[in-house]
Design a protein around this ligand. Structure first.
Ligand code: HEC
Ligand code: HEC
Ligand code: HEC
Ligand code: HEC
Length: 427
C-alpha cells in the first residue's frame, strides 16, 4: 500500500514537472519566434526602398506619424510648425548675410515630409545648386550613394539629380530595411565619425537614437565651390572654436562680406553640436527622447514618428522624466529662449556696428593691418552668433553654451569696432 502511494505521488510529480518543463519550453519557443517576428513584415522591403509608403504597409503607425510631419501644426513662441519668413521678421539678417544667398531667402524649417519640396523651391543658389544640397533632404539619396557613389552624387548638379529623387526624408534615412535597426547612411557623417575615432558598430542603441539625427542636423561645408564634396568640420572636436580652428587651418570661407571685406563662415544647423555641450547630452538624453517619445497604441509602445517641437507634446516629451507641470516645463523652455533671443539681438547690433565701422575706416584710409585685424574679429563674432542663430532650439539644447557664444560674439564685434576706431584716431 505504502509503495503504491509512493508510485502514485512520483507519477503525479513527474507528470506535473513534465507539463511545467514543456510549458516553459513552449514559452521560450514562442518568445524566440516573437523576437524574430518583432517586426512582422506584411510585404518585403527591398534593400534600398526609398518609398515610405511601402514601409508603411508593415508599420502603419510609424508611417502615419511620419506623414503628419507635413502638417503645419502651428507656431510655438520661437519654433513649431510655421514656415516663417526669417528675413521679413528680422531685417537685420539682410545686412548680416549681405553678399550671401541667405540674404535673398531664408525660411524657417518645416517637417521631414516637406524637406525635399522645400530644397527644390528655395531661391538660394538659383540653378547652380549641386547635388550636395540634396544630401539631407531625401531617402532616395541612400539608394543613389550606393548606385553611383557619394562623390558622383555630390558633383552632379541638383537639377539633374532631381529627376532621380522623389521621396523626402523618410524611413530609409534612419533604418536598415532588413532588421529595422537604426543606422545612419550619410557618407559625410560616417567619414566624420571615423575621423573622431568613433566606431559606429560599437554604438549603443541610445547613442544611435542621436546619431541618426546627427547625420543631418549638424554644421557642414563643401570642400570647395568647384568641388562641393560634403564634409563635417569635426577634426578637432565639436565646439565652435574647434571647428573654427579647422576652418582657419584650411583657409575656408563661405563668402566675403561686401561691407567689411571679412571672409565669412556660414553656420548651418548645428543642433547636434550644441546639444552635445548641454546637460541632457551629459545625462544621456537622446534627440529621439524629446522629439520621438514613446507612446501607446493599443497594447504596443511605439516611437512617435511625427518628429516635431516637443512643446506641443510636453506630456510625452518631458514629463516621462520631469515631474513639474506642463505649464512649468513650457515656462522653463521659453525663459531660456527669451534670454537667448535678447543676447542675439545685442550680438546683431554689435556685429552690424562693427561691419559699418570697418567700412568707414577703409574709406577714411585706415592702415590695412588694422582693417585686417578687425575683419578677422568680424569673422569670429559672426560665426558665434550665427551658430546660435542657425541652431534650431533658440538656445534650449544648451543654454549656457549658447550664452557663452553670444557673449563672445558681442565682445569680438566690439573689439573689431575699437580696433578700427583706434586706427582712425591714432590712439
Ligand atoms: C531635452 C529635450 C531635447 C533634446 C534631447 C533635444 N531637443 Fe531639440 N528641441 C527641444 C526643445 C524644447 C526645442 C524648442 C522647440 C520650440 O521652440 O518649439 C527643440 C527644438 C529643436 C528643433 C527645432 C524644432 C522647432 O519646432 O522649432 C530641431 C530641429 C531640434 N530640436 C533637433 C534636435 C536634435 C537633432 C537633437 C539631438 C542632437 C535634439 N533636438 C535634442 C528639446 C530637445
Ligand atoms: C536625412 C536628413 C535628416 C535626418 C536623418 C533627420 N532630419 Fe530632421 N530635418 C531635416 C530637414 C532637411 C529638416 C527641415 C525640412 C524643411 O524645412 O523643409 C528637418 C526638420 C526637423 C525638425 C523641424 C520640424 C518642424 O516641425 O519644424 C525637427 C524637430 C527635426 N528635424 C528633428 C529631427 C530628429 C530628432 C531627428 C532624428 C531622430 C532628425 N530630425 C533626423 C533633415 C533630417
Ligand atoms: C529621422 C529618423 C527616422 C525616420 C525617418 C524613421 N524612423 Fe523609425 N525610428 C526612429 C527611431 C529613433 C526609433 C526608435 C528606435 C529605438 O529606440 O531603438 C524608430 C523606431 C521604429 C520602429 C520600432 C518600433 C518603434 O516605434 O519604436 C519601427 C517599426 C519604425 N521605426 C518604422 C519606421 C517607418 C516605417 C518609417 C518611415 C515611414 C520610419 N520608421 C522613419 C527613427 C526614424
Ligand atoms: C530621458 C529623460 C529626460 C527627458 C525626456 C527630458 N529631460 Fe530634462 N533633464 C533630464 C536630466 C537627467 C536632467 C539633469 C538633471 C540634473 O542633473 O540635475 C535634465 C535637466 C533639465 C533642465 C535643467 C537644465 C539646467 O541647466 O539645470 C531643464 C530646464 C529641462 N531638463 C527641461 C526639459 C524639457 C523642457 C524636456 C522636454 C522637451 C526635457 N527636459 C526632457 C532628463 C530628461
Amino acid at each position: 500500500m505504502k509503495e503504491n502511494r509512493i508510485y502514485v505521488s512520483l507519477f503525479v510529480v513527474t507528470t506535473l514537472l513534465t507539463i511545467a518543463v514543456a510549458g516553459l519550453l513552449l514559452n521560450i519557443a514562442q518568445r524566440k519566434q516573437e523576437a524574430r517576428n518583432r517586426f512582422v513584415q506584411v510585404v518585403p522591403i527591398a534593400d534600398f526602398e526609398a518609398n515610405p509608403e511601402v514601409w508603411g504597409k508593415n508599420f502603419p503607425d510609424q508611417y502615419d506619424g511620419w506623414k503628419r510631419t507635413a502638417e503645419a501644426y502651428g507656431p510655438t513662441e520661437f519654433g513649431g510648425g510655421a514656415h516663417r519668413d526669417k528675413l521679413a521678421l528680422n531685417p537685420r539678417l539682410k545686412e548680416l548675410y549681405a553678399g550671401y544667398s541667405f540674404s535673398i531667402e531664408y525660411h524657417e524649417r518645416r517637417g521631414h515630409a516637406r524637406a525635399l519640396e522645400d530644397v527644390i523651391a528655395t531661391k538660394r543658389m538659383g540653378d547652380q545648386k549641386p547635388g550636395t544640397c540634396m544630401s539631407c533632404k531625401s531617402s532616395d539619396n541612400v539608394r543613389l550613394w550606393n548606385e553611383i557613389g557619394p562623390e558622383k552624387f555630390f558633383l552632379t548638379p541638383m537639377r539633374e539629380l532631381q529627376h532621380q529623387v522623389s521621396h523626402s526624408v523618410s524611413c530609409l534615412n534612419c533604418h536598415d530595411p532588413k532588421t529595422m535597426d537604426l543606422r545612419p547612411a550619410n557618407p559625410a557623417f560616417l567619414a566624420a565619425m571615423k575621423n573622431r575615432n568613433i566606431d559606429l558598430a560599437k554604438a549603443t542603441r541610445q547613442e544611435m537614437r542621436t546619431y541618426v539625427c546627427a547625420q543631418c542636423h549638424v554644421e557642414y561645408y563643401f570642400e570647395t565651390p568647384d568641388r562641393p564634396i560634403l564634409h563635417f568640420p569635426w577634426e578637432n572636436g565639436l565646439r565652435v572654436e574647434e571647428m573654427e580652428r579647422h576652418y582657419d587651418a584650411i583657409g575656408f570661407a563661405d563668402w566675403e562680406h561686401p561691407v567689411s571685406g571679412a571672409k565669412m563662415i556660414k553656420a548651418q544647423h548645428p543642433d547636434y553640436e550644441l546639444w552635445s555641450t548641454g546637460i541632457h547630452a551629459r545625462a544621456g538624453v537622446a534627440c529621439a527622447d524629446c522629439h520621438m517619445p514613446f507612446r501607446r497604441v493599443g497594447a504596443q509602445k511605439i516611437s512617435d514618428h511625427w518628429v516635431r517641437s516637443p512643446l506641443v507634446n510636453i506630456a510625452h516629451a518631458c514629463q516621462t522624466c520631469h515631474r513639474q507641470s506642463e505649464e512649468e516645463m513650457r515656462e522653463r523652455v521659453v525663459t531660456i529662449q527669451r534670454r537667448t533671443r535678447e543676447l542675439m539681438d545685442r550680438s546683431e547690433v554689435a556685429i552690424i556696428a562693427a561691419t559699418r565701422a570697418i567700412a568707414r575706416a577703409k574709406e577714411a584710409g585706415a592702415p590695412e593691418k588694422a582693417l585686417e585685424d578687425a575683419r578677422a574679429l568680424h569673422r569670429r563674432a559672426q560665426f558665434r552668433w550665427d551658430f546660435v542663430s542657425s541652431e534650431n532650439s533658440m538656445g534650449f539644447h544648451s543654454p549656457q553654451e549658447a550664452a557663452r557664444l553670444l557673449g563672445e560674439a558681442i565682445d569680438f564685434a566690439r573689439q573689431a569696432e575699437i580696433t578700427v576706431l583706434r586706427a582712425r584716431t591714432g590712439m
